[in-house]
Ligand binder design. Structure first.
Ligand code: PBG
Ligand code: MG
Length: 322
């Protein structure tokens, strides 16, 4: 008889035949930066995840580096008084966020720091692009702001720029701005297939960045569509992206697999805030084992084809597997 169970009979054999392994090398830890350097505020909808002022942020990064996590994606929590229609603070080199990024890079040059390019945290409209008087999201006008934002972040020493806005043409536009200003070594991780998802809710709580009106469906992709991801990926490759990202991860494993099978660039997947929140909430109720679920989730994302996973579980994973 053919018995597949023979390859499962001991831990040693199971390890020999194991196809997929998640390690801390694969992970990028998203972090939320507060303006008050001493501030530390838990995100209500993400138990265990804190918005951190610079002092705590430096401690967190150091702790993670010691655990083997070397990638960080830092997002700013922007007070309402700093927001305006044009997201001006997003490209102000004196803004606390940019100054803090410089500090983090100075203290930990070995860390790989990524940042987000989109107008939403800095905009009174809460949209990723510029909004006209009729509520329309303006594409080409937005590119100019995104270019300035990316340049300001590059000047702060950032390793990877992450355009998450889904405007058409932004990867090429940002690549040109970076190259023209001598930042030829700054990478772009494009949010290639970013879907209009309800899983971003807790992130928008964390940053207080929900759109003030309307939704993001005219720029983020329809969750019903898979082949459209190929159109976006073709464009990102031709515009000079260094990594292609799929977001969210768990409900879009087919899209991760599709891009992995069709492109040679590294594939990243963003295991988003809502995916973390579901597990954290069920674990609080005692309904799920947080650590076991976390490992299984990350494994499934890697198995689907992700080379890189952005996840709020990064530190938990490193602690659970060290
Ligand atoms: N454009 C901003 C941005 N960058 C990353 C996320 C979501 C991340 C998460 O949910 O963890 C969002 C939210 C959004 O597009 O509304
Ligand atoms: Mg696109």
């Amino acid at each position: 008889m053919i018995r597949p169970r023979r390859n499962r009979k001991s831990a040693a054999i199971r390890a020999l035949v194991e196809e997929t392994k998640v390690t801390t090398d694969d992970l990028i830890f998203p972090l939320f930066l507060l303006e008050d350097p001493k501030g530390k505020v838990e995100v209500n909808s993400m138990p265990g995840i804190y918005r951190l002022g610079l002092d705590h942020m430096l401690t967190e990064v150091e702790k993670c580096l010691n655990l083997g996590i070397r990638g960080f994606d830092i997002f700013p929590v922007v007070d309402e008084r700093h927001k305006d229609k044009m997201a001006t603070k997003s490209h102000d080199s004196n803004f606390f966020y940019i100054k803090a990024l410089k500090e983090v890079k100075k203290r930990f040059p070995e860390a790989c720091i990524m940042t987000d390019v989109a107008m939403d945290p800095y905009s009174t409209d809460g949209h990723d692009g510029m909004v006209d008087e009729n509520g329309k999201i303006l594409n080409d006008e937005t590119l100019e702001v995104l270019g300035k934002m990316a340049l300001t972040q590059a000047e702060a020493g950032i390793d990877i720029i992450g355009p998450s806005d889904m405007m058409d043409g932004r990867v090429g536009y940002i690549r040109d701005v970076l190259d023209e200003n001598g930042f030829t070594e700054v990478s772009i991780m494009s949010y290639t297939a970013k879907y209009a998802s309800a899983y971003y809710g807790p992130f928008r709580d964390a940053l207080d960045s929900a759109p003030k009106s309307g939704d993001k469906k005219t720029y983020q992709m329809n969750p019903a569509n898979q082949r459209e991801a190929l159109i976006e990926a073709d464009l990102d490759v031709s515009e000079g992206a260094d990594f292609l990202m799929v977001k969210p991860a768990l409900a879009y494993l087919d899209v991760i697999k599709l891009l992995k099978d069709n492109y040679d660039l590294p594939i990243a997947a963003y295991n988003v805030s809502g995916e973390y929140a579901m597990v954290a909430a069920a674990a609080e109720k005692g309904w799920l084992d947080k650590t076991a679920i976390m490992k299984e989730m990350l494994l499934s994302i890697k198995r689907a084809g992700a080379d890189i996973i952005l996840t709020y579980f990064a530190r938990d994973f490193a602690e659970a597997t060290r």
